[in-house]
Design a protein around this ligand. Structure first.
Ligand code: DAH
Length: 344
């Protein structure tokens, strides 16, 4: 019996030393240490050993099991580290190979300008009101003081749907009526909103005009709003948008929905007012149409013009982005040319 324990040990240690892969390791373990393995067989023999030798025999089988298990762990660790070394050698990675370029998406230049606008106006207490792009003729024109056949309708050539009362809005101004009606609580509450969004005009597409473009409309209605509020607010916007000492000027103009109406120029932020190609050597850039909300428009929004007043303005973010980034052709904005878009 003693012989057999030593034989098993010798044979096991010898065969283990020759093992170099994990499958053979697993076989070896089940052969010697498994439930039906050699060591288990020895344990099963304990009952048939003469009583005087039984304790000694058991001890030795136990020792054998411990020894084999230890030898196994050692060998397994060695086999694993050899496998790793082999893998590193054969599966060598060339870290100097060029990687697949991964393009990051970017925000559309118009979206960027809109976000800048929104942040500035939000800081000044204006909330964003989203109005519809498919609009009723009434809202786009009549309620803004542009009755049918009004000559100013010609300023905005319109895309109509198959229903002549429904059109694609030509400006964001119709949102003024919707905002007043929805937020004004029957003409009893002051409001301060900006209305950003896409507008459409049936125009010849050129470097300077597109059939689609965005606007940011602004509207403030209150009990004591005066022209000085409009001027101060727009001047503050210009300082925040362009430069801290940006100057603005107001020129008398005409819009049917405001009285009086003004166009707003900001000192050219590229040349500082000295005159350059972008400002056509005038030193000024036009940034907005604006004015005091016409009494008829206030009434159409549910307000009594004897008690309420307000100012409004409309700006074109594309124009501003064009000036800022030196973009010479407005068609780039909606042309989906990735070479253009990737620059932002
Ligand atoms: N809706 C005008 C346009 O598209 C722009 C405009 C001018 C908006 C004056 C206004 C405003 O709110 O007061 O040409």
């Amino acid at each position: 019996m003693d012989k057999s324990i030593d034989d098993i040990r010798g044979e096991a240690i010898e065969s283990l030393a020759a093992i170099v892969d994990s499958e053979s390791l697993a076989e070896w373990r089940s052969h010697y240490l498994g439930r039906r393995g050699a060591v288990a067989v020895l344990f099963r023999q304990i009952g048939s050993i003469p009583a005087a030798e039984r304790a000694e025999f058991g001890k030795r089988v136990n020792a054998l099991r411990g020894e084999l298990a230890g030898a196994f762990d050692e060998r397994a660790a060695l086999v694993e580290s050899q496998r790793l070394a082999r893998d590193l050698e054969t599966d060598e990675i060339d870290i100097t190979l060029p990687a697949h370029p991964r393009r990051r998406g970017g925000l559309h230049p118009s979206t960027r300008t809109h976000r800048e606008f929104q942040t500035i106006w939000a800081d000044m207490g204006f909330q964003v009101y989203r109005s519809r792009e498919v609009e009723a003729d009434d809202f786009n024109f009549s309620l803004l003081n542009l009755p049918p056949h009004h000559p100013a309708r010609d300023m905005q050539d319109t895309f109509y749907t198959s229903d002549p009362r429904v059109l694609l809005r030509t400006h964001t101004s119709p949102g003024q009526i919707r905002a007043m009606r929805e937020l004004g609580a029957g003409g009893s509450k002051p409001i301060r909103v900006i209305l950003p969004g896409m507008c459409y005009r049936q125009e010849q597409v050129t470097a300077r005009s597109e059939i689609q473009f965005t606007q940011v409309e602004g509207l403030a209605i209150g009990r004591n709003i005066r022209m000085s509020d409009l001027k101060g607010t727009i001047a503050e916007f210009a300082r925040r948008m362009y430069q801290p000492d940006a100057r603005v000027r107001f020129r008398a103009s005409y819009f049917p929905f405001t009285e009086p109406s003004m166009e707003v120029d900001v000192e050219c932020f590229l040349c500082g007012g000295k005159g350059c190609r972008v400002c056509k050597y005038s030193g000024w850039l036009e940034i907005a149409g604006s004015g005091m909300v016409h009494p008829d428009v206030l009434r159409n929004g549910g307000y009594d013009p004897a008690e309420w007043s307000g100012f409004a303005f409309g700006m074109g973010p594309e124009r501003i982005a064009m000036l800022k980034h030196g973009i010479h052709d407005i068609r780039y904005f909606w042309g989906n040319d990735l070479r253009f878009l990737r620059q932002f």
